[in-house]
Write a protein of this length. Structure first.
Length: 304
């Protein structure tokens, strides 16, 4: 495909990207999730442990694109949970609330999850910082990223009665990563409803364009979640304007404007969970990445 689409090619692709991955890919993703759940059930050291296994990311959020169907699955210990105090409530800084002294330390969980997966799947890559990678089996299931994590609470009041719930991951490098998958799912569903399903359509379009631009080495490859984050910051009224083509054109124009707002608007942009700042320290992307993606997408889709 050429670098820049004709208007007819763009209209054809927008109709193709209107729907998520087809039933065959969805069935393969379901199979992957069931297999990880079975691997965990089979692992005797997990017996009696309060543990949950669930898909996260684009698959349950229904923002996955055709041909890009790998599955992210968390294996989460719910008790013992880990908790902090929100630093905005305690101005002198957040403090770790729980001081767990039992056997289920992060390194222990990571080792047991690896053993469970290796016993069930055979081939498991363990050299990534966060997730275990299970290669794809053609015709059967997609590749799988499995993330060991703990239930995480962030207390938001002085009495420890109110909190928001997420997941905390401990990387091999010792760094902690807090995710908010439930908030991401709920907020994305609400925005999709408010915009008559335009939100997830626009996410799939931007993800698909990003894949093509990265394949052509126009931009560096970016996490698919980044596209979801950017589109979440597009106002509802922009997404619902005019035709589907108008919606995408307006979304790209709006994001370009936000990224170059005179008073630092990018610093206020949020992830779909509405807990994390989109461009806060430690992210896998920058505002520059966003600008390059949005401008390259505008050019690729041949908007004027």
């Amino acid at each position: 495909m050429s670098l820049q689409l004709t208007d007819a090619e763009r209209q054809s692709l927008l109709m193709k990207w209107r729907s998520p991955a087809g039933k065959a890919e969805s069935d393969r993703q379901d199979r992957a999730e069931r297999m990880v759940k079975q691997a965990v059930r089979n692992h005797e050291p997990f017996a009696g442990l309060d543990l949950s296994v669930a898909a996260k990311g684009s698959y349950p959020n229904n923002t996955n694109v055709r041909g890009d169907s790998d599955v992210d699955i968390k294996v989460q210990v719910n008790d013992p949970y880990h908790a902090d105090i929100d630093p905005s409530v305690f101005w002198w800084g957040g403090t770790r609330v729980t001081r767990y002294t039992g056997p289920w330390k992060p390194k222990v969980l990571r080792q047991e999850v690896f053993t469970a997966l290796e016993n069930y799947f055979g081939t498991v890559e363990a050299n990534h910082n966060v997730a275990f990678f299970i290669p794809e089996v053609n015709g059967s299931r997609p590749s799988i990223d499995v993330v060991p994590c703990f239930r995480y609470l962030r207390f938001t009041d002085l009495t420890y009665n109110e909190s928001i719930e997420g997941s905390i991951v401990y990387g091999r490098d010792g760094k902690e990563i807090v995710n908010w998958p439930d908030q991401q799912l709920q907020n994305g569903q609400a925005k999709n409803t408010r915009t008559s399903h335009r939100y997830k359509f626009a996410v799939r379009v931007l993800k698909s364009v990003e894949n093509e631009l990265a394949a052509q080495r126009i931009i560096r490859p970016l996490p698919s979640y980044f596209s979801e984050c950017l589109v979440y910051n597009v106002p509802d009224e922009v997404l619902t304007q005019g035709s589907l083509d108008d919606s995408i054109r307006g979304s790209l124009a709006n994001l370009n404007e936000q990224l170059h707002f005179l008073f630092g608007r990018p610093a206020d942009m949020l992830e779909p969970n509405e807990v994390k700042k989109l461009f806060q320290r430690g992210q896998k992307w920058t505002a520059r990445d966003a600008t390059q993606l949005i401008r390259a997408a505008w050019h690729y889709l041949n908007y004027r």
